[in-house]
Design a protein around this ligand. Structure first.
Ligand SMILES: Cc1ncc(COP(=O)(O)O)c(C=O)c1O
Length: 578
């Protein structure tokens, strides 16, 4: 009946992982995600009635696994919708739900076939005006604010910040106002939504919520709205330590299934219970400090990635490389930040720890990366995925400080002292690069070999000829741009380039030289396609074999496989990535 802690971390060789990939590294366990999804499926009947809340963990490494399993996404913004679609989720499997609703986004999502969960009576009125005489295939749900108190059992500290479904919270439409509001609402309502709150340990709160929702759905059916689905939200808590008590997922499914009404189908959108125990964080001890009677192990991650752990005081288990858990004692494990609250685990015995030791923090999949920050210039760790066959790959590289928004968008003209000196043509001809102005026209390349390696991955081998002995940025742009075009068109099943392909945004990292006039190898991977009106947008990434060159390119092109008519139907049109 009580949820247990995960054990997949016992199979990891931390030292080997750290030697191969470095620290800090997020580690996602696909097998654990599959197990969590299949348990919820016992309640919903299908994986596509599970909506993963993107706010819980927006890493593409995580979203892509859910997309492959047919799971949809609960999104609160257009950015989250874009991420879910790029990861390969279907637009009909997107549920948009936010306390501040963008009515234009609601409209385009409804036309495209998604679910829109209305959170407020004024927003319902605005939607009604906006959707006047517009056909749509999507579904409108209402988020319900229940009238009773949503009560935690033991985790009473969660009451103030986490009881999202409580009558005093800002979320949803008060249950007593719903029927009256529907009298003047002329759009069809297909479903109801409730979310009791996060890290809920009280089965009674879920049982109360489903009973209230069933009764309300029945009453609304009588008003002529064909309510078919009830979304029970998320909220099921997970343990971080052996003394934490939460209903197990199996128990939750058994109890909730008993309360189902067979007139309705049920969906869920759990955050913690889907991803919390499927992610761990591999870290390293940077220094050991002795201060008065206390010993501190300072590690390479703190509040920057684990604000939930340090600020909310939700500590997680930490393991030695031997696989043993850090036991109670008088020391502490702390992050590297200039902030006194940056402590990950207090009262631990750390006498055996040394500088350079590797540790693992478990059950850190929910509200960690999504709440991360750049305090003290800390950057995002890399992401590793352990697939169902136990193979480990790096899916996202460590953030580089040159990716920093401030560095790339800053206006460097700080003093702005007027200076209107004209640079003469004589000076220009001496300052200008002969290679860029003339010789790069003679750069040429031949693709020696191109192989489609997997669904969205291609390998290119290219021979270059250039007047300079390295592959220059403009030359690389041509080679990668062409490889991107070949890959996306081939991936779409086309055998000829009949349409213009427009490069929209290019990022190239080139911190090591690649020699020209010899063969080099690189890989292309691409996102799922997004439709923008009758155009397709894809994000294409490239990495050279020796990782000297890497980057990405947004491409947009008319997809001749779809006629404009097809796109307006089930596939839908949605303005994305603007
Ligand atoms: C609307 C909604 N659904 C689902 C969730 C997921 O909650 P949890 O992680 O507690 O399962 C949240 C989180 O706050 C939410 O706001």
């Amino acid at each position: 009946m009580n949820a247990s802690l995960v054990d997949w971390i016992n199979d990891l060789n931390f030292n080997q992982l750290a030697d191969s990939f470095g620290t800090p590294s997020w580690i996602v366990h696909e097998g654990q995600i599959i197990e969590n999804v299949s348990k919820f499926e016992n309640f919903t009947g299908s994986s596509n009635r599970i909506y993963f809340p993107v706010k819980t963990n927006p890493s593409l490494s995580v979203l892509q696994i859910f997309a492959k399993l047919g799971v949809g996404a609960d999104c609160a913004t257009k950015t989250e919708v874009d991420l879910a679609l790029l990861a390969g989720m279907n637009i009909c499997n997107i549920s948009y739900n936010c306390p501040v609703q963008d009515i234009y986004l609601c409209k385009s999502l409804l036309i495209a076939g998604a679910i829109v969960v209305m959170d407020d009576l004024d927003a319902m009125n605005a939607l009604q005006i906006e959707m006047k005489e517009i056909d749509f295939t999507g579904k409108i749900f209402l988020r319900i604010n229940l009238s009773g108190t949503i009560q935690y059992s033991k985790k009473i500290d969660n009451q103030e910040l986490m009881a999202h479904g409580n009558s005093s919270s800002k979320f949803g439409i008060p249950i007593e106002d719903v029927e009256k509001a529907l009298v003047s609402f002329n759009l069809p309502v297909s479903g109801l939504h409730v979310h009791v709150g996060t890290q809920m340990d009280n089965m009674g709160s879920f049982e109360y919520a489903i009973t209230e929702m069933n009764a309300l759905a029945e009453r609304i059916l009588h008003l002529g709205h064909s309510i078919s689905m009830i979304n029970m939200g998320g909220g099921l808590g997970i343990p971080f330590h052996k003394e934490d008590e939460f209903p197990s997922l199996d128990y939750w499914v058994t109890q909730m299934s008993k309360l189902k009404n067979n007139r309705f189908v049920y969906s869920v959108e759990p955050g913690h219970a889907l991803i919390g125990n499927a992610v761990a964080l591999l870290i390293k001890v940077l220094t050991i400090k002795n201060s008065r009677d206390k010993k501190w192990a300072i590690v390479d991650v703190g509040t920057d990635q684990l604000a939930k752990v340090t600020l909310l005081k939700w500590p997680h288990r930490i393991f030695y490389a031997s696989g043993k858990e850090l036991l109670e004692g008088s020391g502490a494990v702390a992050g590297p930040l200039c902030f006194a609250g940056d402590t990950l685990l207090e009262n631990r015995s750390i006498d055996h720890l040394k500088v350079g030791d590797h540790l693992l923090i478990s059950e850190v999949g929910a509200y960690t990366y999504s709440l991360s920050n750049r305090f003290n210039g800390r950057l995002a760790p890399k992401w590793l995925v352990i697939n169902v066959n136990g193979q480990i790959t790096q899916s996202i590289a460590k953030e580089n400080h040159t990716d920093n928004f401030h560095l790339t968008n800053f206006d460097w003209d700080v003093d702005s002292i007027k200076n209107n000196t004209i640079i003469t043509s004589k000076e220009l001809s001496k300052l200008s690069s002969i290679y860029l102005s003339e010789e790069c026209n003679f750069d040429s390349y031949i693709f020696e070999k191109v192989v489609k390696l997997s669904t969205n991955k291609y390998e290119f081998q290219v021979i270059t000829t250039s007047k300079v002995d390295f592959v220059s940025m403009p030359f690389a742009t041509r080679i990668f741009g062409d490889a991107a075009i070949i890959s996306v068109l081939h991936n779409d099943g086309l055998d000829e380039k009949k349409v213009p392909v427009w490069g929209k945004k290019l990022v190239i990292d080139c911190f090591r030289k690649i020699n020209s006039n010899e063969l080099f190898k690189f890989y292309i991977t691409m996102s799922a396609p997004l439709q923008k009106e009758s155009d397709t947008i894809r994000i294409v990434s490239f990495t050279s074999d020796c990782k000297s060159f890497s980057g990405s390119l947004f491409v947009q092109y008319k997809n001749e496989q779809f006629s404009e008519k097809d796109l307006i139907g089930d596939t839908g049109i949605i303005e994305l990535l603007n």
